[in-house]
Write a protein that binds this ligand. Structure first.
Ligand SMILES: Cc1cc2nc3c(=O)[nH]c(=O)nc-3n(C[C@H](O)[C@H](O)[C@H](O)COP(=O)(O)O)c2cc1C
Length: 330
């Protein structure tokens, strides 16, 4: 079945874990979800259930992997396919020092031949699509010629879907956080790549915050990937369902909270702490009446290690009160 990547939620370390993905699925059935980056060695040697496990409801789901050893990458592809992931995505965009030291992420933009070899090996050992997420350049290099030849190398190796974060990576001197805002966004360069490589699926990423922007990007690219705007305001997905997917059957925030509470109860039985799930919901009432009450309750109760069911049940009262307050206001 062809994967719909019109709207993708970006892979984000410490954010897009399985609980966040479950939560987001309650809001949208259509978006494509990506895991946090998992290093090849962790995927191969680590606690597989903990690191790679997921709930079927999260599908369609991609595993993002970090690495540059083709044997290890191939092994992870086989593991991911065996576990039921729908796609495997190689991280060619993370600029962190640790990642560079291990020779994966954005520093690989400098090594197109190695990347092509890895991708070729990955594609040959699994049937699920192998995709790449990269930046538009590195350090002083940000031009069509370099990026286009990099893209051609990857696509000739068999990767036909490429996610382009529309800013370059500064490999020395900036923290990963600064690397998400200091290099300037350059959407036209991404559009130019799409124009010149019409056979490829190009997904644009970086700084996209509302449905009008999404619609504009979709005129020039095949899909849009969004990270922070969804993490900070998960109900943005409801707007996407409505305006982009034309779905009129959208759950209210309190309906989402209610379903999540059921999930929390099941997960706690398996040893998950309430805060591991609820920390992702801080932004559920972003911009709404009751947002502060919701956030305060979470930080006073859910973030504590001793949170219990009574408190979980109480959160539904806040959700219902917020719903009423917002209905009266609108
Ligand atoms: C907290 C955080 C963690 C991130 N972790 C990853 C990651 O594991 N893999 C990756 O490819 N990009 C990672 N990114 C980058 C995002 O996937 C995305 O490219 C970036 O945030 C730009 O999109 P946005 O402006 O919509 O947030 C991370 C970003 C943030 C904010």
């Amino acid at each position: 079945m062809k994967i719909n990547r019109k709207i993708c939620v970006a892979p984000m370390m410490d954010c897009t874990d399985r609980h966040e993905r479950y939560f987001l699925r309650l809001l949208s059935k259509k978006v494509m979800l990506y895991s946090e980056m998992v290093a090849t060695k962790s995927a191969i040697h680590g606690d597989r259930k903990k690191i790679l496990g997921f709930n079927k409801i999260e599908k369609p789901l991609a595993l993002q992997v970090g690495g540059s050893d083709k044997k290890e990458l191939s092994e992870v592809c086989k593991i991911a396919e065996g576990m039921g992931y729908d796609e495997i995505n190689i991280n060619l965009g993370c600029p962190s020092k640790k990642v560079q030291k291990n020779k994966f992420g954005a520093c690989l933009i400098k090594e197109p031949d190695l990347v092509a070899e890895c991708i070729n090996e990955m594609i040959n050992c699994c049937k699920i699509p192998v995709t790449a997420k990269t930046r538009i350049g590195y350090d002083e290099v940000e031009n069509f010629e370099y990026l286009n030849s990099f893209i051609k190398k990857i696509s000739n190796a068999g990767c036909k879907t490429i996610i382009l974060h529309a800013r370059k990576a500064i490999l020395k001197g900036l923290t990963p956080k600064e690397n998400l805002k200091i290099p300037k966004l350059n959407y036209p360069l991404v559009y130019e790549i799409k124009n010149s490589n019409n056979d490829l699926e190009i997904i644009i990423n970086g700084g996209i915050t509302n449905s009008d922007e999404i619609k504009n990007h979709l005129k020039n690219c095949d899909g849009v990937m969004i990270g922070r705007a969804i993490y900070q305001n998960p109900y943005f997905l409801a707007d996407i369902e409505d305006k982009i997917f034309k779905n009129k059957n959208i759950p209210s925030r309190s309906e989402v909270a209610e379903k999540l509470v059921e999930y929390v109860k099941e997960e706690v039985k398996q040893g998950t702490r309430v805060n591991q799930i609820m920390r992702h919901t801080v932004g559920l009432y972003h911009g709404q009446n009751g947002a502060n009450k919701w956030k305060r309750f979470l930080s006073d109760n859910m973030m504590a290690r001793d949170s219990d069911f009574q408190k979980v049940n109480h959160i539904m009262k806040i959700a219902q009160n917020n719903e009423k307050a917002n209905q009266t206001a609108s």
